[in-house]
Ligand binder design. Structure first.
Ligand code: MN
Length: 478
């Protein structure tokens, strides 16, 4: 990692937001002055940390308030400066953001003290007020993880674990894939150093071996698209080390991982994605069951793309991912892509879409309203939102996200309270199943309702997995 200096930040800002450079310089001078005499464990002046955080944010094209808050994010905790001072010298928005991030830095998921749990709760729910707080915190965590070598081994493991438990799911939910994969790899490096090294070496070997095959394909596809005057850009993408590790630990062999290497093909519009797909299938033989249309069926965090695995040159399996440039921005940056698309309205657009399009947001709001007790709230978030999910379909093809272990009861109540309360049976993939059937990925679920049903029985509470369903059943019985 090269060392970042103020000029790098300014250069980055000039790419997309030259008008705000002066204000941001002032924030930098403030932070520098306030942290004067403080040092990082690496021995460098403390200001390097907020500067790096601001740079990570500028790389996502964050707005001015977010960058200023990134520069000032540690002053409330480490200096005499107060929230009121920030509001006076900058603005209330920046003061709120810094205050939000400061509360966040005290969180500790493993602690049982109620003070800590209350804070944790405030933090997780802060996403409902302003998602930028979480984004700044992710940038902060990313830089801390990048510089983790200066901490004790105990701290390294503790931070890596906390990153995997809390920050990786948060990054996933807002669609910030780039940050998510880097955080995963950095964590694995400290949690399983030997494994990390081994996979890294083997991955490098595979990359070298397949380089010429990928280049050949890339040039061919590029030429075919350009021939038709379709604006395009193609990149080689390899799976991150953690992604490979996860597959290996599920029992797969390295040679079985069909998406280890991928060509990312970006074109101007949706129709051309399908055109490119047809063209690739005619040129390279596809594997039938490895085709996915995430354009018509977006993932629950808004990811859109066509995936198809084909036999490339030398019969090597290569996954191709085809999407528009706009979809690719969302794929890499998630919600934060709005900074580019919506400019001044980005913050509102992010908040609006979180509410209407991101399923985890609704679950989070529900869990928050259901549990008065902080311990229960934190446990519930961990086991319902921050653990593995299954994705199932409604009869109309909509994707529904549920925690692993969920049953048709959970599905019914997630769709609507009335559906849950009048459910009398369920079909999964056209087969009649018991209502405590454990849902699997890609199941198609059809709930049978009857308005004359007696309503949910008490033993459903045990058979349901989510707090939402349990609560609704209890409400009904009462
Ligand atoms: Mn920090």
């Amino acid at each position: 990692m090269e060392k970042i200096i103020l000029q790098d930040l300014i250069d980055k800002l000039n790419e997309y937001n030259p008008e705000e450079v002066e204000t941001i310089k002032i924030a930098y001078e403030y932070a520098k002055e306030l942290h004067n005499g403080q040092y990082r464990q690496s021995g460098e002046p403390y200001i390097n940390h907020p500067l790096n955080v601001a740079y990570i944010l500028a790389d996502m094209h964050a707005d001015k308030d977010t960058i200023c808050a990134g520069l000032l994010h540690d002053v409330l905790e480490d200096t005499e400066f107060t929230k009121e001072d920030i509001a006076r010298d900058f603005n209330q928005n920046i003061a709120n953001l810094v205050n939000g991030v400061t509360k966040l830095s005290k969180m500790n998921f493993s602690s049982k003290q109620d003070q800590n749990l209350a804070n944790t709760r405030k933090i997780i729910t802060s996403i409902t007020e302003d998602v930028r707080i979480i984004i700044i915190k992710l940038a902060d965590r990313l830089h801390n993880m990048r510089t983790l070598q200066f901490k004790s081994e105990f701290k390294q493991k503790e931070n890596a674990l906390e990153t995997m438990e809390i920050f990786v799911p948060l990054a996933y939910y807002i669609g910030a894939y780039r940050i998510k994969s880097e955080l995963e790899d950095l964590s694995l490096r400290y949690l399983k150093p030997d494994m990390y090294k081994k996979i890294e070496e083997r991955k490098l070997k595979i990359e070298q071996d397949s380089n010429s095959c990928l280049q050949e394909m890339l040039l061919k596809i590029q030429a075919m698209l350009s021939d038709k005057n379709i604006p395009n850009e193609i990149k080689v993408r390899t799976k991150n080390i953690y992604g490979i590790y996860k597959r290996l630990s599920e029992g797969q062999k390295l040679s079985d991982i069909h998406d280890l290497l991928a060509l990312k093909i970006m074109v101007d519009e949706v129709a051309n994605c399908y055109y490119a797909l047809g063209m690739i299938h005619q040129q390279y033989h596809p594997i039938n069951n490895k085709f996915k249309d995430y354009i018509c069926n977006p993932k629950t965090n808004m990811y859109q793309s066509l995936h198809t695995t084909v036999f490339g040159p030398d019969d090597r399996l290569v996954q191709t991912q085809i999407r528009t440039f706009a979809m690719d921005r969302v794929a890499s940056f998630g919600l934060t892509a709005y900074w580019d698309e919506e400019k001044g309205n980005a913050r509102n657009a992010m908040q609006e879409d979180l509410k209407s399009k991101f399923q985890f947001f609704q679950s989070l709001t529900e869990i928050n309203s259901m549990f008065g007790d902080n311990q229960q709230f934190v446990n519930q978030v961990k086991c319902e939102l921050f653990s593995d999910n299954v994705y199932v379909y409604t009869t109309s093809g909509e994707t529904i996200q549920l925690p692993k272990g969920a049953t048709p009861i959970d599905f019914a109540y997630k769709i609507h309270t009335d559906i849950g309360n009048t459910m009398v049976g369920v079909f999964v993939n056209d087969e009649y199943v018991p209502i405590d059937y454990i849902l699997q990925n890609k199941d198609r679920v059809r709930i049978i309702t009857d308005d004359l049903s007696y309503g949910p029985r008490e033993d459903w509470i045990e058979k349901a997995h989510t707090s939402l369903a349990k609560k609704k059943i209890l409400d009904f019985i009462k």
